[in-house]
Write a protein that binds this ligand. Structure first.
Ligand SMILES: [Ca+2]
Length: 126
């Protein structure tokens, strides 16, 4: 289930949902709340989400692979800032098309979109 309150930082508010789901379920849950799966644009935002919001646990983020095999945020933009783990995204077995932040260290990885990840973060922008 999602936290009770949105936490506002700058022009965005965030909510953590501890709800194990494939990536598409996370995206739809966020959109049903008038938000999007989180889009991480700076190191500060990455650190805040990981250390403060999710207590260093893994979570889905709004990155998915486009038809050109590159990653896009759910608003269609290409990432500027990224924090991929070393040798990631590796598209293991050509089956990893969704992005998450890993356990314990705040690096990103690509996973199969049907993986059940235990939580996700939604973001609302002003
Ligand atoms: Ca991977």
């Amino acid at each position: 289930m999602c936290d009770k309150n949105w936490e506002q930082i700058g022009n965005s508010s965030y909510i953590v949902c501890n709800y194990p789901t494939p990536w598409i379920g996370a995206l739809k849950a966020c959109q049903n709340m008038g938000a999007e799966l989180v889009k991480i644009e700076t190191e500060e935002e990455n650190t805040f989400l990981f250390n403060h919001q999710t207590q260093r646990s893994q979570f889905w983020i709004g990155l998915t692979r486009g038809p050109d095999n590159r990653f896009y945020w759910s608003d269609g933009s290409r990432p500027g800032y990224t924090k991929w783990a070393s040798r990631q995204p590796d598209n293991w077995r050509q089956a990893e098309h969704c992005g998450h932040v890993r356990e314990k260290r705040d690096y990103w990885n690509d996973l199969p979109c049907n993986t059940i990840v235990p939580r996700f973060v939604c973001e609302k922008r002003k």
